[in-house]
Write a protein that binds this ligand. Structure first.
Ligand SMILES: [Ca+2]
Ligand SMILES: [Ca+2]
Length: 440
């Protein structure tokens, strides 16, 4: 495959979790009942402006447990995803009678004559899906590794001039399949029903207050992106209240259109000064006092149903005393969980218990205050000291768990003349953190 590294033409810094050299091809662990057809995703993690060149990806499995399944709809045992719509590929199945293993082979052809230059890839997502029928029985023998055999993968950094000559090293991360009763999506405590208790568990997993079991990983990752976060909460709450989890074509079109515009996440509400320079609100407090710092978005609030936010600060000056719903999320079915166990960072998971009346923030809500973080300024904080206040992650999702494209404003906390203040840097010092879009 061909992967493209480095910053995009936007000039923004790259995400802190998309690092060149740590690109992974991943098959997650999976479960399935005998007689069913399972969909095995081949995922890419940590992509950062990558393009796929001519590549072969082989997936190997135990024939006594799994057999390749050709779907009548596509006449293939391999399906592509939104990420690979513009890539041409062919697939083949090898299940020789003399061998205990079978292999599904996927060959990607970088043929720009077909649909032009394919999209480059960011973040995490699924490249292909392999369809396998479960032929094994539950029990000790009923498991099979799902091994990615890399024959040839060419992943290159994309540049303005096209793809660079430098291939990005790929780590292959194979999975394990087990024959067993399937879990219920969204049932995180395994009691057979999906309700608000499961929403709470998902939010606690999202902010790393609890670490999920294998069963919880499978039941909780409802949108299949290999993590449990507020995006899954959106779907879990829809399941619990009997709402559709898949948007109609009409709604999808509307959501996609809005998700295509960038949403700014900032501390407080940005405004323009007399010179037309974008500024953000300031916050002040004396040592020993508490300052409430809101985290806001500047558009698309009406379809917002959740957020995963991380704020980094200097723990020698500040400590987190509380995290609360914001003025626009309060009273609309939103719940949150926060983790400030590690001094210097607070993780916040915001999700909505959706219902017939609460699906997103609602029409008419555009910019919105999502949460407020109460910082206590330490008694020992000295005048003149300053602390960075950084939105180190900001992932937003709509009512159907789809990601927003987001940027975050970075600001400084300054202590001046006996008061601490949270204020934006001077004109020209404002920094955007570019967060890659995660396509699903
Ligand atoms: Ca449950
Ligand atoms: Ca997920």
């Amino acid at each position: 495959m061909k992967a493209v590294a480095g910053s995009s033409e936007s000039g923004f810094s790259s995400s802190d979790h998309a690092q060149v050299g740590q690109l992974n091809l991943v098959i997650p662990n999976s479960y399935g009942k005998n007689g069913t057809v399972i969909t095995v995703p081949i995922k890419i993690a940590n992509a950062n402006n990558l393009a796929i060149g001519d590549s072969d990806i082989f997936v190997r499995y135990q024939k006594s447990v799994l057999n390749a399944q050709i779907l009548a709809s596509t006449n293939s045992a391999v399906g592509r995803t939104a990420l690979t719509q513009k890539y041409k590929f062919i697939s083949a199945i090898e299940e020789p009678s003399a061998s205990p293993t079978g292999t599904v082979k996927i060959t990607i052809l970088h043929d720009t004559s077909i649909v032009g230059e394919p999209d480059t890839l960011y973040g995490d997502g699924t490249l292909f899906e392999v369809y396998l029928k479960v032929v094994g029985e539950q029990g000790v023998q009923g498991s099979s590794p799902l091994i990615i055999v890399e024959a040839r993968t060419n992943v290159y950094p994309y540049t303005e001039q096209g793809t660079s000559d430098t291939t990005v090293p790929l780590a292959l991360d194979s999975g394990q399949f087990r024959v067993q009763a399937t879990f219920i999506f969204g049932d995180l405590n395994g009691d057979g029903v999906v309700n608000n208790t499961d929403v709470d568990i998902a939010l606690q997993i999202a902010v790393a207050l609890i670490s999920p079991s294998d069963d919880q990983r499978n039941a909780g990752d409802v949108n299949g992106d290999q993590r449990i976060d507020s995006a899954d909460v959106a779907l879990i709450s829809r399941i619990s209240t009997g709402l559709d989890t898949v948007p109609s074509a009409k709604i999808l079109k509307m959501l996609m259109k809005r998700a295509g515009s960038e949403v700014n996440v900032s501390f407080g509400t940005p405004y323009f000064d007399a010179n037309g320079v974008s500024k953000v609100a300031s916050f002040h407090g004396n040592p020993g006092s508490t300052v409430s710092v809101p985290i806001n978005i500047d558009k698309n609030g009406d379809i917002l149903a959740g957020a995963d936010l991380c704020v980094n600060y200097d723990p020698t000056l500040l400590e987190v005393s509380d995290v609360k719903l914001g003025s626009d999320t309060n009273g609309k079915g939103f719940v949150l969980s926060s983790n400030s166990k590690t001094a210097g960072t607070v993780k916040i998971g915001l999700g909505q218990i959706q219902s017939g009346t609460n699906q997103g923030l609602g029409s008419g809500v555009n910019s919105a205050e999502l949460v407020t973080v109460d910082f206590k300024i330490k008694d020992s904080a000295q005048n003149g000291k300053s602390s960075p206040l950084v939105l180190s992650c900001a992932d937003l999702n709509d009512t159907y768990s789809q990601d927003f494209e987001t940027s975050s404003l970075q600001q400084d906390v300054k202590t001046e003349l006996g008061q601490s203040s949270v204020s934006v840097g001077e004109a020209g010092e404002e920094n955007f953190i570019y967060l890659p879009i995660v396509l699903k």
